[in-house]
Design a binder for this molecule. Structure first.
Ligand code: SAH
Length: 560
C-alpha cells in the first residue's frame, strides 16, 4: 500500500527512531510520527510521502500507550529541548539502553550475546538537573517581552521561564531581568533586523557550591540602569557573578568574545567528586554534574589505575576526566583542540594542587601521531571522549600502535562509538564492558563508557592439510619452523634496557637518553615507556659512555 500527502491513517507505534519519533507500520508502509511513544495507537496525517515510508503528524491519540505519561512541562511538544518527556522515565532508560545495543549490532558488527551491556545508570530524580541555561529574549506578536526556548529546529521563541530541566532559581532571575527591561524600555534583540539590546540570559549554578552566575548577552556595551538590576539580583542567595557578554554579530553563536564583569567574581566554582572547577560564562562544563560524576567514576574504574600508570586523555576539554584520572595515575597527558579549554584545564589543575597532569593544545589526530612518531610516547591506558563525530581513524591507528593495556572510550554518540569499536576490535582490542549513563533525561541523548582491553596474541595458527611424510602431506618439522616464525618476539622495554645497563655498567640511564639513542639509530619508538618525560625537560644529551652502554644493551636484546 502506498500513501500520499494529507492521507489520514491509523497506526500503532512499535518502535522509536533516533530522534525519539514513533515508528509504526500500516500494510508494510512505514510511518514516522513525532510526539508518539511505543504502544500508542494514533491517528496521523501524512505530511511527506515517499514510496515505502512517510512522515506523519499526530492528529489524535486513540489509545495511549501504557508507558505514556503526562509531561510535566506544558511546552514539551513544541520546545526543541525535550523529545521524549511523554514516555515514562523507566522506558526512556530502556529505550537508551536499546539504542546503544542496536548501534553496536547494526554498525559495530557485534552479535547481541557478545556485548557486555551493563544496566544503564539513570537518575533518581530526572528533573532540574541542568546547571546551565541560556534563555533567548525576544518579543511576542503583541510586542511584549518574552524569554524562553527555541521551538524545535527554529528560532521562534516559546515563552517559558519555568523549564523543568533547569534549576528553579532561573525563573526568579528571568523575572527580575525582564521586569528591569520593561521598567526602562530596554529592547530585546531582534534577529531579523539585528537591532535591539538583550539577546540571551545565561545562568549557571554550582550544584555543590550553590554559587550562581548571571550573564546578559547584549548587542552593545552596557545595560541601562545596571546598578538597580545588580542590586536586585544580588539579593538572591548564592549570587556570585554578574556580567555582560558583548555580541554584536549577526550570528547563531550565543556568546561573543568579550565579557564585562558588572559585579562579584569572574567565575563560579563547583566540584565534581573531589575535584573543584572554576567556571566562567565561556567555559565548557558538563551540564548534568550528578550524572557526570557517575560517568567519570565509571571511566576511572575502567581505567583500573594502581598508581604507576601513564595515561593519555584525548579530547580532554577543560580536563575534567584528566584531573579525575590524575588522582590515581602516575602521570596524565591531556589533548584538546580549544586553547581556552586548555587554559581552564591548567588553572583547574593548579586549583586542585594536581601536578601530574600536563595538557597539549591541538587536534588529537595531529598531536598523538606526531608525539608518537617523534617522541615515542607511551601509554598504559588511553581515555577518549570525542565529540559526536567520534575519533579520526588516524587517532585510533596511533592508539593501536601505542598498545595501551586498556582503552576507555567515553562517547556521546553510540553510532560513531560503534564504528570506532569495530575498528579497535579488528586491531586486537576486546570490548569488556559497555555502560550507558543517562546524562540528559527526557532527551534522546545518551552517554556510553566502554572498557576495551588488549587481547594478547596467542601465537595461534590455522593450517589445513594432512600431516606426516609423503606426497601432498605437510611434514611436521615445517609446521614447527613456521610456528617459530609466527611467535611474536618478546617486547624489549626500556625497563629491561635500564636493568641490563645498571647490572653490567653500574650506572643508571634516563629513559629519554634511551629514546634519543634509538631515535638516532632510526629505530621504531613504539615501546617507549615514559620517554614522554622528555617533553617536560630541556633536551640534554647522554655522555659518549652512556651512548655506548645503551647501544650495547640494544645489541644484547637483538634490537640492533
Ligand atoms: N572530556 C571533556 C569533554 C569532551 S567533549 C570534559 O569532560 O570536559 C569533546 C571535546 O573534544 C571538546 O572539548 C572539543 O573541543 C574537543 N575536540 C573536538 N575535536 C577535537 C580534535 N580533533 N582534537 C582534540 N579535541 C577535539
Amino acid at each position: 500500500m502506498e500513501y500520499k500527502k494529507n492521507d489520514l491513517l491509523t497506526v500503532t507505534i512499535e518502535d522509536m527512531g533516533h530522534d525519539g519519533e514513533g515508528i509504526g507500520k500500516v500494510d508494510g508502509y512505514t510511518v514516522f510520527v513525532k510526539d508518539t511513544v511505543i504502544g500508542d495507537k494514533v491517528q496521523a496525517k501524512i505530511m511527506k510521502a515517499k514510496k515505502n515510508y512517510g512522515y506523519a503528524r499526530l492528529v489524535e491519540i486513540m489509545e495511549p500507550s501504557k508507558d505514556r505519561v503526562e509531561p510535566r512541562c506544558a511546552y514539551a511538544r513544541q520546545c526543541g529541548g525535550c523529545q521524549i518527556q511523554a514516555l515514562s522515565y523507566e522506558k526512556q532508560l530502556a529505550y537508551k539502553q536499546q539504542k546503544i545495543e542496536n548501534n553496536l549490532i547494526r554498525i559495530g558488527g557485534f552479535q547481541k550475546e557478545e556485548i557486555p551491556m551493563q544496566p544503564i545508570i539513570g537518575m533518581e530524580d530526572p528533573y532540574h538537573y541542568r546547571n546551565k541555561a541560556q534563555f533567548p529574549v525576544g518579543c511576542d506578536k503583541e510586542g511584549h517581552l518574552i524569554a524562553g526556548f527555541y521551538a524545535g529546529r527554529t528560532h521562534s521563541i516559546i515563552s517559558n521561564r519555568k523549564c523543568y530541566l533547569g534549576v528553579e532559581v532561573n525563573e526568579q532571575i528571568l523575572n527580575l531581568v525582564l521586569a528591569h527591561m520593561e521598567a526602562y524600555d530596554i529592547p530585546a534583540y531582534d534577529e531579523m533586523t539585528g537591532k535591539g539590546l538583550v539577546r540571551h540570559v545565561l545562568i549557571r549554578y554550582g550544584f555543590q557550591s550553590k554559587e550562581i552566575m548571571v550573564c546578559l548577552v547584549v548587542n552593545g556595551g552596557y545595560i541601562p540602569e545596571a546598578e538597580e538590576l545588580i542590586a536586585r539580583l544580588c539579593k538572591i542567595p548564592g549570587m556570585t557573578s554578574i556580567s555582560l557578554n558583548i555580541n554584536r554579530e549577526k550570528t547563531n553563536m550565543i556568546l561573543g568574545r568579550k565579557g564585562k564583569l558588572l559585579w562579584g567574581k569572574e567565575y563560579i566554582t563547583d566540584t565534581i567528586g573531589p575535584i573543584a572547577y572554576q567556571i566562567s560564562p565561556q567555559s565548557f562544563y558538563q551540564v548534568n554534574p550528578v550524572q557526570t560524576q557517575k560517568l567519570y567514576e565509571k571511566a576511572l574504574e575502567y581505567a583500573g589505575l594502581e598508581g604507576n600508570e601513564t595515561v593519555w586523555d584525548l579530547y580532554c576539554g577543560i580536563g575534567t576526566i584528566s584531573l579525575f584520572l590524575a588522582q590515581k595515575a602516575k602521570q596524565v597527558y591531556g589533548v584538546e583542540i580549544v586553547p581556552a579549554a586548555i587554559e581552564d584545564a591548567k588553572r583547574n589543575a593548579t586549583l586542585n594542587h594536581i601536578t601530574n597532569a600536563e595538557f597539549f593544545v591541538g587536534k588529537a589526530e595531529e598531536v598523538l601521531p606526531e608525539k608518537y612518531e617523534k617522541e615515542g610516547i607511551y601509554a598504559d591506558v588511553i581515555v577518549v571522549d570525542p565529540p559526536r563525530k567520534g575519533c579520526e581513524e588516524s587517532v585510533l591507528a596511533t592508539m593501536v600502535k601505542m598498545q595501551p593495556k586498556r582503552i576507555v572510550y567515553v562517547s556521546c554518540d553510540s553510532a560513531t562509538l560503534a564504528r570506532d569499536l569495530k575498528y579497535l576490535r579488528g586491531e586486537g582490542y576486546e570490548v569488556k564492558k559497555v555502560q550507558g549513563v543517562d546524562q540528559f533525561p527526557h532527551t534522546v541523548h545518551v552517554e556510553t563508557v566502554v572498557l576495551l582491553s588488549h587481547k594478547k596474541s596467542d601465537g595461534h595458527i590455522n593450517v589445513k592439510g594432512e600431516f606426516g611424510e609423503g606426497e601432498g602431506k605437510v611434514p611436521l618439522d615445517n609446521i614447527a619452523k613456521r610456528a617459530e616464525e609466527y611467535k611474536p618476539k618478546e617486547r624489549v622495554t626500556y625497563k629491561m634496557i635500564k636493568e641490563y645497563i645498571e647490572a653490567k655498567y653500574g650506572f643508571k640511564v634516563h629513559t629519554a637518553y634511551i629514546a634519543e639513542v634509538k631515535r638516532d639509530l632510526g629505530l621504531p619508538m613504539y615501546d617507549a615507556p615514559n620517554a614522554v618525560e622528555e617533553l617536560k625537560q630541556p633536551r640534554k644529551h647522554p655522555t659518549a659512555e652512556k651512548v655506548e652502554a645503551i647501544k650495547d644493551a640494544l645489541k644484547h636484546f637483538e634490537v640492533i
